[in-house]
Design a protein around this ligand. Structure first.
Ligand code: MLT
Length: 266
């Protein structure tokens, strides 16, 4: 794992595989996870270079000074700068997608492709904000392990969860190693985020959307309303998949991302 420093002295941990020529694929993980969520997905990609970023507070990256998807986007930019990557294809899973949208707004010149992997550009509903505030209270009262144990089972399609409990348990165990402060900051950052419909409307590179038919968080119904906004969109709804396609259908998801990456990079 390599590190880069933000201007405020905080470290961002990332992994870069392959010689850095062409347009690298940069992958962002979701909430309460780290860059290792891509470990089972990457072997199905047919090319490099691939960069995996640990967002602030997660997977060995320092906690940011303030919460916010814009702060996460700056951390991604620091990694891209550290590697002297001029332009990349940026794919964000769920909260990583919220970050990727902030990046697209702040640094449009650095993108040749943007991918929302079980993600969307809408802000939180009042109910969702309320649930996140309850989560922050749990974390602040020392219930991190309980919070994490409740989080992951609901992210998978029911049938996958029944047959692959070890995948969920591994994520829970890793989640229990993330600091409560980092998890709470991510919740706060998601509460604070704005909608990015205009970002998608104005985007000057192709955009990819991957949805799972069984995803209760980034539903295809909601996501398809956003997928009509960019000039060039590549849209996939995966039958029987929940919110975690990189685990539930890694080969298929890798093929879809690979095709988009090649399309954007030529
Ligand atoms: C994620 O997987 O990053 C979260 O489910 C995103 C969210 O809670 O909106």
């Amino acid at each position: 794992m390599k590190h880069t420093l933000l201007s405020n002295g905080r470290h961002i941990a990332y992994r870069s595989d392959g010689a850095l020529d062409g347009y690298p694929l940069v992958l962002l993980h979701g909430f309460c996870e780290d860059a290792t969520v891509w470990d089972g997905f990457i072997p199905f990609l047919k090319k490099e270079p691939v960069v995996r970023v640990n967002l602030p507070g997660f997977g060995g990256s320092d906690l940011a000074l303030n919460p916010g998807m814009d702060v996460y986007a700056d951390a991604v930019c620091a990694v891209v700068n550290d590697l002297s990557i001029e332009k990349c294809v940026l794919i964000g899973h769920s909260m990583g997608g919220y970050t990727a949208l902030e990046f697209a707004e702040k640094y449009p010149e650095r993108l040749v492709g943007l991918g929302l992997f079980h993600s969307h550009p809408f802000e939180d509903s009042p109910e969702r904000k309320e649930a996140r505030h309850r989560g922050i209270e749990m974390l602040q009262s020392g219930k991190r392990d309980l919070y994490v144990a409740q989080l992951f089972p609901g992210l998978f399609a029911e049938s996958f969860g029944k047959t692959n409990p070890e995948v969920i348990n591994a994520l829970i165990n890793k989640g229990k190693r993330q600091s409560p402060e980092a998890i709470a900051a991510a919740l706060e950052g998601m509460i604070l985020r704005k909608n990015h419909l205009e970002t998608l409307q104005n985007i000057n590179c192709p955009a990819q959307f991957i949805f799972g038919s069984e995803d209760a968080i980034a539903t295809p119904e909601q996501g398809l309303k956003a997928a009509v906004l960019p000039n060039i969109a590549d849209v996939h709804v995966l039958p029987g998949v929940g919110h975690m396609g990189m685990f539930e259908a890694p080969e298929k998801c890798a093929a879809i991302v690979q095709q988009f990456w090649e399309f954007c990079a030529t």
